[in-house]
Design a protein around this ligand. Structure first.
Ligand code: ZN
Ligand code: ZN
Length: 382
């Protein structure tokens, strides 16, 4: 859990959130969803929410529109002790019996203003109930971007955790590969990978590992089967570790013998080359669309455009998929230094094979740092 390190970042995040809320013309921001609440308050339980007043660095200078004395954290009685341990004193901690939303209404009082909410984590039912309970002078304003933009730019402590998760996941895979791939089932390999990550200190996998051999790898999100991996095929493994709340994400495709055939080698080389070219262009200021186009153009020119049906990559942090997106449809916005993103082109030929190569990178001014340590050249693991 490591509350203290998370809490260190909390004060700075509070300041940035409060000014972000002001910039978006929001008086109070309602933070919901366990991951967002953990990010903002350090609280790692499942039931809690936070109210952030927009008025900048001094938590006591509440918005004139509200009765919110200082930043507020609301949970129920089951989490009283945990909240005291994890949520810093910058928050007034409130414990309600049952209904957190009643706590929100109580904290906001009868005033009014613009209440920002996170549209991806407040349910439609809770939104309706809030609307019903709140005084009419409160306007509900979708404000998910405020937290998402903040989460996308990692601080040093977050990058250290993602790096640790990546190292642990890389080591776990190396250990699994020592036992070979051919002759084991996809499910056995996936299970051992999870076990090896946990042995090395992971809280668990950051998502259920994908292990897919031969034609099965043509499904980008294939589920491991109880079927033996044959010799002389390509096997795609996509996995990540969850460590101190933070995720890693990586994919490699391996050959289970020298006899995979010329076409498989050619497609592997195409994906490797497109991936390397896109990775080479990652830096602060490049846009997710631009980077996607670098890999996609090369794959299209090789005649496989229709076989690369997903985006180039995504942000990784407390969640394995978060902002920013690197894709054709991503907002045409430049990446920022300290974004952490994947670069993962793939080619999937139905009924035949699939190849994906995915690395995790920290975006820097003028360049990037690759966190993944595994080689990208075609490797035979029999
Ligand atoms: Zn992945
Ligand atoms: Zn990914």
């Amino acid at each position: 859990m490591s509350g203290p390190a998370v809490a260190t970042g909390v004060h700075e995040r509070l300041d940035r959130l409060a000014s972000g809320a002001r910039a978006h013309d929001v008086d109070v921001l309602l933070v919901t969803g366990p991951v967002n609440v953990r990010y903002v308050t350090g609280f790692s339980g499942t039931t809690g929410l936070a109210l952030i007043a927009a008025d900048g660095a001094d938590p006591r200078s509440a918005s004139p529109h509200t009765a919110l004395g200082r930043q507020r954290f609301i949970t129920d009685f089951r989490y009283e002790t945990q909240a005291r341990e994890q949520v810093p004193d910058a928050f007034e901690r409130e414990v309600v019996l049952d209904d957190l939303l009643e706590g929100v209404v109580g904290a906001l009082g009868g005033g009014g203003g613009r209440l920002g909410f996170l549209e991806k984590s407040l349910t439609v039912a809770d939104h309706a109930r809030l609307r019903e309970l709140l005084a009419e002078a409160w306007q509900l304003v979708p404000s998910g971007a405020i937290v998402a933009q903040l989460r996308a730019v990692k601080d040093d402590g977050e990058i250290a955790r993602i790096r640790a998760a990546t190292e642990l996941a890389d080591e776990a895979l190396r250990a699994v590969l020592e036992g070979g791939l051919a002759g084991r089932t996809e499910r056995e390999v996936a299970l051992e990978l999870e076990l090896q990550m946990r042995r090395r200190g992971a809280d668990g996998p950051s998502f259920p590992p994908i292990v897919a051999a031969g034609a099965h790898a043509a499904l980008p999100h294939a589920q491991p089967r109880d079927r033996e991996i044959p010799p002389d095929v390509l096997v795609t493994i996509d996995w990540g570790a969850l460590h101190e709340g933070y995720c890693s994400d990586c994919t490699r495709s391996y050959a289970t013998g020298e006899g995979i055939g010329a076409r498989a080698r050619e497609i592997y080389e195409l994906v490797r080359s497109a991936q390397q070219r896109a990775v080479g262009a990652v830096r602060a200021g490049a846009s997710g669309r631009e980077l996607d186009a670098i890999a996609r153009t090369q794959i299209e020119q090789a005649g496989h455009g229709e076989h690369f049906g997903h985006g180039l990559g995504h942000g990784v942090g407390l969640e394995v998929h978060e902002g920013p997106r690197l894709s054709r449809t991503a907002p045409d916005k430049p990446l920022a230094a300290s974004n952490v993103v994947t670069v993962e082109p793939g080619v999937y030929i139905p009924g035949e094979l699939g190849v994906r190569i995915e690395d995790l990178l920290v975006v820097r001014e003028g360049g990037h740092e690759v966190l993944t340590s595994l080689p990208r050249d075609l490797t035979v693991v029999s």
